[in-house]
Design a protein. Structure first.
Lengths: 334, 372
């Protein structure tokens, strides 16, 4: 299966999904509407190729998602954009500045929230905020309006050490620190990993508000359900971009006929379905299996009859509307 | 400027909140000055002698009483069997066995010459040497008296002899603690400086804060200054603390100028902290920093001449010591504190420390990159 993905991946038109992206000429400083532009970026760590020939573009004011499992290359791509890594090949610009040559300028206009909590655990909330404000040669008061909504929630704990905050609070503090210098572009690496469902929802609401204030946001997440909250997403897998589009278009372009199937013995169900010659794919999604046939002519009744013969009880088979997960699974399998 | 100030303030807050570090800063000078200086003494005291007097004559008893009278020796045990004495040596109960053979007095009178046997426990060569030479001087004194006595020379008309009377300069009482204290102070400053600076940078790596800091427009020089200045201040505080202890507890005479001590202290610390920072730019974890730092400390300190004079080391070791900051600083400390040397006497050390400091600091500046 692994080989299959790599082989088929190389046939994917790079950056083909972005309108006009492939014809984008190497950017000049400050030109164009793209806040982030990535052109054929590759990066390897010794033998592992973390990022392979990635190209994408994020428009000004866009909320752009990098969606993919662990090891897809999301963090590497972000670290290159954040000028923390130098790419092996390709060009990239942030706010019109080259990530290699213009790194000093980029650092002034970009806010970054790494995947791992990276503030001083032995400083208080307030001290952290003041420290980063100073390092960015500004003050908390100067940009307070931008972080106000977020900061009020952690203000009651402003004298608490950052290391003693709860996960959600830490994340809000990290976001405040990333915003303290009023960045044009905000880069968030898996901000919602390990955060509870309520905090996750709140966090995305905060992102939407920030977007409304004109900040371009690049966010990565392993959660497919968060993809629908982005304006556009890049589906990533093994260092490659599989597809780039709006979440709606991605789903619309999914033309396969999809069935949801459930029975009493789910484990045996998935084994049986995968052994069936008319099954193309069968994956667990919540309490159902999402199943596609070898071709779209395979009827629901065919699955039903097959499974009844295998003595499955409490069987349910019905048509299902595809979600972004199904698109991703489909792309991964190509 | 404001950035530097803030970075420094941040470091101080972090040190203040780190209970282990605070304890180290206070306890290390106390322990080092009070324990190391006392313990690492070469002053000879309490040499236990096992006496085997097979002669039992008036002369042999006189000799024994000479040893008894010396402040350095105690006759701990006596017996007629040298074997028993050997056993005591093995047990480490006595340091020396003095065997006076049978017929010692008779031989001395008849042949004008007699021998004694001295068995010395020489596990610690230095102590054995010292014990032996003290014992030899007791015997020599005894010898001289006996000649005068027997030849019947009047006391006011002694035989001709050249008498060299040594005068010990700079440390007239040969107080070993005074010699050790400046050296231990140098070690103290080294320890605090190397560990604190090394740990603090690698801690930022371990906790990932360096990642957050690297994407800010903070200048490398500001960041490194923020890592240097607080630890120079802390190490200088410990230097004053240690000097104070030495003054109060050992009555250490501080002959030279304190300004020179602290001036060289700052120069030395810049180099040492530079080395600490360099180690922590190369290492990834605090553990690695500990190991590497420890390695450097051992070599620098043992070769720096705290226990053994550098002049008696092999030529290559002396050449190596030119690149050993501890060696230079220890020398400066001893020269200024005990001898009162002024800057003119320390030009060589000054340039050596400048070159070393510049090298270590540049290494760390070059190695520290904001981009991986």
């Amino acid at each position: 299966m692994t080989n299959k993905i790599i082989n088929s991946g190389s046939e994917l038109p790079s950056c083909g999904g972005v309108g006009g992206g492939s014809s984008f000429s190497p950017p000049v400083e400050g030109a164009g509407e793209a806040a982030i532009s990535v052109q054929h970026i590759s990066k390897s760590y010794k033998e592992v190729q973390a990022v392979r020939d990635i190209s994408l573009e994020v428009q000004k004011g866009e909320l752009f998602g990098l969606i993919g499992p662990d090891g897809a290359g999301k963090t590497t791509l972000m670290r290159i954009l954040m000028t923390l890594l130098i790419p092996d090949e390709g060009h990239a610009t942030m706010g019109g500045f080259d990530v290699v040559k213009g790194y000093k300028k980029i650092r002034k206009i970009v806010g970054y929230m790494p995947g791992r909590f990276s503030l001083y655990q032995d400083l208080t909330v307030e001290e952290n905020l003041n420290f980063f404000a100073t390092v960015f040669q500004t003050t908390v008061a100067e940009n307070y309006d931008l972080i106000h909504d977020i900061y009020v929630q952690i203000e009651p704990f402003k004298n608490r050490l950052a290391g003693k905050l709860s996960g959600g609070m830490k994340q809000k503090l990290a976001l405040s620190c990333a915003l303290i210098h009023k960045p044009e572009i905000l880069v968030l690496d898996e901000p919602t990993t390990g955060v509870d469902a309520v905090s996750r929802k709140e966090f995305w609401e905060m992102l939407k508000k920030l977007q409304a204030k004109g900040i371009t946001i690049l966010v990565s997440t392993p959660y497919m359900d968060e993809a629908t909250l982005c304006n556009r997403v890049a589906l990533m897998q093994k260092g490659k971009v599989l597809n780039i589009d709006t979440p709606r278009k991605l789903v619309e372009n999914y033309t396969r006929k999809l069935y949801a199937i459930k029975s009493k013995d789910m484990h045996r169900l998935i084994l049986d379905l995968r052994s069936y010659e008319k099954t193309d794919s069968a994956y667990a999604f919540g309490e159902y299996l999402h199943v596609t046939g070898k071709n779209d002519e395979v009827e629901a009744s065919e699955f039903e009859n097959f499974l009844l013969k295998k003595n499955h009880t409490e069987l349910q088979v019905f048509d299902n509307e595809p979600g972004i997960e199904d698109v991703f699974m489909e792309l991964m399998n190509e | 400027m404001k950035t530097i100030f803030y970075v420094i303030q941040k470091e101080f807050i972090q040190v203040r909140r780190n209970k282990t570090m605070l304890r180290m800063i206070v306890m290390i000078p106390l322990l080092q000055m009070l324990v190391l200086v006392f313990a690492a003494t070469y002053d000879l005291k309490n040499v236990n002698i096992f006496l085997v007097d097979k002669d039992m004559s008036s002369t042999s008893r006189k000799l024994a009483s000479k040893f008894e009278a010396s402040p350095f020796f105690t006759i701990n045990n006596a017996s007629f069997s040298p074997e028993e004495g050997e056993k005591e040596l093995l047990r480490n109960a006595d340091n020396m066995v003095l065997v006076i053979p049978k017929g010692f007095e008779r031989k001395l009178i008849r042949d004008d010459k007699a021998s004694l046997q001295l068995l010395v426990n020489a596990i610690d060569g230095q102590a054995a040497q010292l014990g032996y030479s003290y014992a030899a001087s007791v015997i020599r004194g005894f010898n001289k008296n006996i000649i005068a006595e027997w030849k019947g020379l009047p006391e006011f008309n002694p035989p001709f002899q050249i008498n060299a009377v040594p005068r010990y300069w700079y440390n007239a009482e040969l107080e070993y603690k005074w010699y050790m204290a400046p050296g231990v102070l140098a070690i103290l400053v080294t320890l605090i400086g190397l560990f604190l600076s090394g740990m603090s940078l690698v801690k930022e790596k371990e906790q990932g804060t360096i990642e957050q800091l690297n994407v800010t427009p903070i200048r490398k020089i500001h960041f490194l200054a923020g890592k240097l200045i607080p630890f120079i201040v802390i190490a200088l505080f410990d230097l004053s603390f240690g000097l104070l202890i030495a003054k109060i507890v050992f009555n250490l005479p501080i002959v030279g100028s304190l300004g020179l001590v602290f001036g060289f202290g700052i120069l030395y610390l810049i180099g040492i902290l530079g080395l600490g920072l360099f180690i922590s730019t190369v290492a990834d974890t605090q553990q690695q920093v500990m190991f590497v730092t420890y390695f450097f400390m051992m070599i620098f300190i043992l070769m720096g001449g705290i226990f053994t004079p550098v002049d008696s080391m092999p030529k290559w070791a002396q050449l190596f010591d030119e690149a050993n900051p501890v060696f230079h600083f220890m020398k400066v400390m001893r020269m200024v504190i005990l001898k009162g040397s002024d800057f003119g006497d320390l030009i060589h050390e000054f340039f050596a420390l400048c070159i070393l400091g510049f090298t270590f600091l540049s290494l760390s500046v070059l190695r520290y990159r904001k981009t991986a």
